[in-house]
Design a protein around this ligand. Structure first.
Ligand code: TRH
Length: 367
């Protein structure tokens, strides 16, 4: 079927892939949701290679225009480019100067210009969300950007949540998924998924799984490399298997299928919250240790009990100690915490709706 091509406002989303998959993961998810809300989307990316597995269908097939970042500096491209209503720069990436200069030279008024920031539960986020930032230099000097901060609480930009998520989750066939991806799982065993960087407590977790009927599903890339390295030092391995890269929808299904998920970064944290299953989050580490406060703010918002806080601190290397025993009663408690948090989040307006409102009400972006 040809894609349904919307005729709403046109968005230019700019994304640079720093490392890992989160920048593109968030931008791709956002592009799909905007498209679904009747917006036209051009996604400019410097490295779109991960879309080969992350995207369920080619962007063009979904009606999203995927553009190489470098094209935004080409005069020949810019000359023929219909002007967008909204410019969105993701995670502080700077728009190519030639693109901005062309916009300034050819537009009567500026586009709504939004800077989408990283997710944090810290208490300054509601104060910063929605603040204008005058452009002080370069061709767009005198124009204005607006900061958009995703978040967990009132006064923030909310979280990405597509319509249809709940229905998809409700019709999920758990038994079929487990039969396909974890046929080895014993009846009494727990199923765990692992998407992480190199957590210091990984060897301790693996050691604890040895001799149990639990099964660990390991995602590709850094998690698989970390597991292989840890296994090299062990006399006996636990039950585990490697998963292939999958689409974002397939990644969700893994989270729904497992009794405990280890997630990392930004986007998989949000998906773990929507899954309602217990999870442990490895936060993206920052050189200045700013991630410590960020992790604590999240645990505070989550209203996590002490054992869940301690498990997070150990997993993130903030506390020494062996990985805590995995017993079903503890997971049951953790699940209640996640589901209570999910209920709070469901009362919040989704990020895309808030972003649309910000873009449409930006007073600088008319005409
Ligand atoms: O890959 P990440 O560690 O990304 C990080 C964070 O976003 C961090 O905040 C950012 O600063 C840094 O990148 C540069 O984790 P994250 O955010 O969970 O992104 C992973 C994406 O990959 C997410 O959209 C889920 C997707 N994914 C799949 O779609 N299929 C898969 O098989 C796997 C393993 C991941």
């Amino acid at each position: 079927m040809p894609p349904h091509l919307p005729d709403g406002p046109l968005w230019d989303i700019f994304c640079t892939v720093i490392d890992n998959h989160g920048d593109l993961g968030v931008c791709w998810r956002l592009a799909r949701q905007l498209q679904g809300a009747g917006q036209r989307v051009r996604l400019w990316v410097d490295d779109a290679s991960a879309l080969s597995w992350m995207a369920p269908r080619a962007p063009q097939a979904l009606g999203i225009e995927l553009r190489p970042w470098a094209d935004a500096s080409q005069d020949s491209v810019l000359q023929d480019l219909p002007p967008a209503d909204v410019w969105l720069e993701a995670f502080g990436c700077h728009l190519p100067e030639a693109f901005v200069a062309h916009g300034v030279a050819t537009r009567a008024r500026q586009a709504a210009w939004i800077n989408l920031e990283y997710l944090s539960a810290e208490d300054w986020v509601p104060r910063m969300h929605g603040l204008p930032s005058p452009v002080m230099s370069g061709p767009a000097r005198g124009w204005r950007k607006t900061f958009f901060y995703p978040g967990f609480t009132e006064g923030t930009g909310g979280l990405l949540r597509e319509t249809g998520l709940l229905a998809r989750q409700q019709s999920f066939d758990l038994a079929a998924w487990r039969a396909q991806y974890a046929p080895q799982l014993a009846q009494a065993g727990l199923l765990l998924s692992l998407f992480c960087y190199e957590p210091p407590a990984l060897p301790s977790l693996l050691q604890q799984l040895v001799g149990t009927s639990h099964h660990l599903l390991v995602t590709p890339g850094r998690p698989l490399a970390a597991v292989q390295q840890a296994l090299a030092g062990m006399a006996e391995p636990p039950h585990w298997s490697a998963l292939p890269y999958t689409s974002q929808d397939g990644f969700d299904e893994m989270l729904w299928a497992c009794d405990l998920n280890f997630v990392r970064g930004e986007d998989s944290l949000v998906r773990a919250l929507w899954s309602g299953q217990p999870f442990i989050w490895q936060i993206y580490p920052q050189d200045d240790q700013a991630h410590h406060a960020k992790l604590e703010a999240f645990l505070h918002w989550l209203d996590a009990p002490q054992d869940l806080r301690s498990a997070h601190r150990i997993w993130n290397g903030l506390e020494d100690g062996p990985w805590p025993p995995l017993d079903p009663a503890r997971l049951h408690d953790w699940k209640r915490v996640v589901q209570a948090a999910r209920r709070r989040l469901q009362a919040q307006r989704p990020l895309t709706a808030q972003l649309l409102e910000m873009a449409c009400t930006d007073p600088t972006a008319r005409g």
